[in-house]
Design a protein around this ligand. Sequence first.
Ligand code: TUI
Length: 314
Amino acid sequence: MKTIITELLGIEYPILQGGMAWVANASLAGAVSNAGGLGIIGAANAPKEVVQEEIRKVRELTDKPFGVNIMLMSPFVDDIAKLVIDEKIKVVTTGAGLPSKYMKDWIEAGIIVIPVVPSCGMAKMVQRSGASAVIAEGGEAGGHIGELNTMSLVPQVRDAVDIPVIAAGGIADGRGIAAAFMLGASGVQMGTRFLVAKECTIHRNYKDKILKSKDIDTMTTGRRLGHPVRALKTPFTRAFQKNENDSAKTLEELEAFGAGALRKAVLEGDEKDGCFMAGQCCGLVKKEQTAEEIIQELMKETIEAFNGGLQWVK
Ligand code: TUI
């Protein structure tokens, strides 16, 4: 399926895999790229050496294009911003902040920069600083989210900028992809669906929780800290919410409570203290498949949704 995004990135299908912190490693990114999407390594809070090693591993797994996601709240963000230049990374996506400070160097290095934006204002800002496209991510997404939802955000961002728009947040099947195209997107980014890819190396408990989850099983916490995060409802998220509502708890105490919780979910499958980030579309994710099977199924469903689009009209 050709779109302006497949042409820009040199990939077969207009599907990007979210650069999920602790999750999006070489195994997943390599598999998604080999399946014709864009695999993305999530640099998250990792130091340079760790990210460099994942880049090396992806290059062993695939000759196809892949990207690196830079989480702008990382303590190592300056190092990673330089690493992607040194490593001649083709595509960089950013999240959880404004990438303006790094854009000039990246663009001079020939990197295709695609920031995640939660609003039209930010979309315009990154367009001005040279972004090749934007990912408009709605609050249905898992992890750190903005205020607007995908249905409202994508068409408004489409109208606000001239560069291509990739939709993210709440998309887990071909109907979602087709709908994103109707809103003006020419590609999608998906995270939650890829959590259960066979090549995704997260703990078994994480995958089982996603496979068992239904529509109402996520919640957001962290608004008081200025960075709301969507995750599965678990003892951790309920305890976090309780702390957040307790005005005696300081912001430092809250930050400390959340620290390391995602790692505990991903590596240890810790059902009590882990934070299992996931999008609201988790209820649509019902089986473990290879990245190849996921992408092939998604594309088949997308075409069916396009062709059947008028079925509800009398
Ligand atoms: O970045 C994400 N999702 C993430 S990052 C992450 S690691 C983390 N863990 C705990 C707390 C905080 C982060 C887990 N999930 N998605 C992309 C995204 N970017 N969503 C929303 C934004 C965003 C928000 C505000 C982008 C820019 C922005 O700018 C506002 C500003 O003033 O910086």
